[in-house]
Design a protein around this ligand. Structure first.
Ligand code: NDP
Length: 620
């Protein structure tokens, strides 16, 4: 049965979908830059002239020299964020104790080690997002935790599983090379270490490498500047709660209004003498609806409470279960709440996939209209409110949630500078930022310009990796990523990928697939160590998985998230507005059937005695 015509009627809906779509297209067209992803500079290279933006200022003193480490180990974990911590914990559980963890930061935490900017918070409920809560016995204080509590939890996991004794901090891998003779990886680091490892778990995470916009003159600024992931409290004063007393006499410019910018801008605005927000595209900003954890529930929760909650959350998110309270409490589920309401207006049982897609489109317009109305309700100056309204589909960019962001633009010391007409900030001079032909003199420029999340793999991972016959992994993936179940790739024996975007599975909860994946990988590592084998997928195994991914409907990161690819405003989801035929084959990074289906495939595959699609190599 076709959808009722009223669901397209502007009088019924209160807005005109067709007119909105035309506006979306115009807004996209004027933002798409010819240089797409090349507009950004990779900071972490010496030649960028910007590598000082990624030094570790959290330790407060220069890196202490240490002797180079030479070691033979069973496994090396690269990265000490969630993915690294979980795989290390599961290696312990599997009885693999001869391993090390190399981490660039000086503690565990990954994104939560680096991102300490004021206002930093997780947009996913802490009960689902923070891993290993049952085993560590911790219950988060809030529905949506702030960064310090999350960082502390990373440290708690490190202590609980005795991972500190395994960690090599302040160190990053400069090369990994497979040695066929010894059937091991030889790993070199920036501190002169040489590690020979039978297996490697690559757990570098999706947002470990910050990026800066390649704005002309960026290296010439004589004032102070930093990236949000390297917040300089020595300059700003204050702490993650705000109170940035060092900014009381400062003119501060912030470039970037994504998920990070939205959190940090209110904190700067309440402390700085003047704040200039350079906005190219407005974010969607909904309310946060945070709440303290119910102490009674925390006291009486069952032993599997987190596993049950994650499974339930994923089921509700994939519309396999209903939970009106969850949909109401969690503002990130608002889209689903609207979908449920609309489903009540149609004959859901007889709906075709095309009608379901239409219903999703209507729901998208409903939520975007709510978000634009919310701007009008909060922002007093109509001209500023107009500039803050997002005109694109809800899933084109990462949605944000914040109760203070829009309010900040009612302050007299905050100026919104719309730089969309020039596709970004024009120039940076010795003394400030030039936008729309006007120079804004500044003391501090804060770059909330994001990370190498969907860039080319060598930028995302940052480690030269050479497999069998000296083949670079980036050459092996020159047409797009090739893996088996997101875990391994052909020609790179005993190398396992944990999390990151390697098995992007449509869950907004990055952590929901990490632990099951880590348990499978730890089991495989234990098995290959016990048997003295090396394993990697066959080409056919990879091809089969790629076919399954494509059949499952994941076109690529942008489309898999439900956004419309070519119609979406530019951002990292769609490789800065590249059309589908311009993009490399990113279909191999997603699994369109969602995390529940992926995890069931993964566990079934791991349980089978024969590892389908895997080749066992013996020493030559
Ligand atoms: P994003 O990549 O989302 O945002 C970068 C911002 O910089 C955009 O607003 C972009 O504008 C702007 N920008 C880039 N170049 C220029 C330029 N030349 N002139 C002006 N503006 C420019 O990075 P974020 O750090 O905000 O977020 C990255 C991801 O990290 C999130 O999507 C999320 O996955 C994660 N995150 C999660 C959080 C959470 O859970 N709470 C919090 C923070 C981050 P434009 O949009 O026009 O490209």
């Amino acid at each position: 049965m076709p959808l009722p015509s009223r669901l397209r009627d502007p009088n019924y809906l209160g807005f005109d979908i067709e007119k909105n779509k035309q506006r979306y297209q115009r807004e996209r067209d004027r933002r798409v830059r010819k240089d797409a992803e090349d507009q950004f500079v990779e900071i972490a290279t010496e030649r960028s002239g910007l590598s000082h933006f990624v030094t570790d200022d959290h330790i407060g003193e220069p890196l202490a020299p240490r002797d180079a480490i030479e070691d033979d180990i069973d496994s090396l974990v690269i990265g000490g964020g969630w993915a690294g911590l979980i795989i290390a914990a599961r290696l312990r559980d599997a009885g693999v104790d001869n391993f090390r963890i190399v981490e660039a930061g000086h503690d565990f935490g990954g994104a939560w080690y680096w991102n300490r900017y004021p206002g930093c918070q997780c947009d996913v409920q802490s009960y689902f997002y923070m891993p290993l809560l049952e085993e560590t016995g911790y219950v988060p204080k809030l529905r949506f935790s702030y960064a310090p509590e999350i960082f502390e939890h990373a440290q708690r996991i490190g202590r609980h599983f005795r991972l500190y004794e395994k960690a090599i901090f302040g160190t990053w891998v400069t090369e990994m090379r497979w040695h066929e003779d010894g059937q091991h990886w030889v790993i070199s680091t920036n501190r002169g270490d040489t590690l020979r490892a039978r297996s490697v778990a690559l757990a570098t995470g999706p947002a470990s490498r910050p990026r800066l916009p390649g704005i002309p003159g960026i290296t010439t600024f004589k004032g102070h500047s930093f990236h949000t992931s390297r917040w300089d409290y020595g300059y700003t004063g204050g702490d993650p709660d705000g109170n940035l007393t060092g900014l009381a006499d400062k003119r501060v410019g912030i470039i970037g209004t994504g998920a990070t910018g939205v959190q940090v801008i209110p904190k700067v605005a309440e402390s700085a003498k003047e704040t200039f927000v350079f906005q190219r595209t407005p974010s969607t900003v909904a309310g946060r609806n945070n709440a303290y954890t119910d102490p009674e529930w925390a006291r009486t929760r069952g032993p599997n409470w987190q596993r049950d909650m994650i499974a339930h959350f994923d089921a509700v998110r994939e519309m396999k279960a209903d939970d009106p309270k969850l949909l109401e409490d969690d503002t990130s589920m608002r889209f689903l709440a609207i979908m449920h309401r609309l489903m009540g207006e149609v004959d859901a049982a007889t709906m075709t996939p095309a009608e379901l897609a239409k219903l999703r489109e209507i729901a998208d317009h409903v939520i975007m209209e709510e978000i634009r109305n919310h701007v009008d309700a909060v922002v007093k100056d109509p001209e500023t409110a107009e500039k803050l309204k997002p005109w694109y589909g809800y899933t084109c960019k990462r949605p944000t949630f914040n109760d203070e962001y829009l309010e900040a633009f009612n302050r007299p010391n905050v100026t919104l500078v719309d730089v969309s007409a020039t596709q970004g900030v024009e120039r940076i001079t010795e003394s400030g930022v030039v936008a729309n032909g006007v120079e804004y003199p500044l003391d501090l420029i804060i770059y909330a310009s994001g990370f190498e999340i969907t860039s080319d793999f060598h930028k995302r991972i940052g480690v030269p990796i050479y497999g069998r016959d000296g083949v670079s992994i980036y050459d092996h993936w020159h047409e797009g990523m090739r893996t088996l179940l997101g875990l391994m790739t052909h020609g790179f024996p005993n190398l396992f990928f944990v999390g990151g975007l390697f098995t992007f599975t449509l869950s907004i909860n990055y952590c929901s697939t990490l632990d099951p994946q880590a348990q499978v990988i730890a089991g495989l590592i234990k098995r290959l160590l016990d048997d003295g084998d090396s394993i990697h997928p066959t080409i056919e195994g990879e091809d089969d998985w790629i076919r399954q991914q494509i059949e499952a409907g994941a076109q690529d990161f942008a489309l898999a998230l439900g956004s419309k690819g070519d119609e979406c405003t530019p951002g990292y989801y769609n490789h800065e507005g590249k059309s589908l035929d311009q993009r490399r084959d990113y279909r191999r990074e997603g699994f369109g059937k969602g995390s529940i289906a992926y995890l069931s495939l993964l566990t079934d595959w791991a349980k089978a005695s024969e590892l389908k699609g895997v080749e066992v190599l013996r020493s030559r």
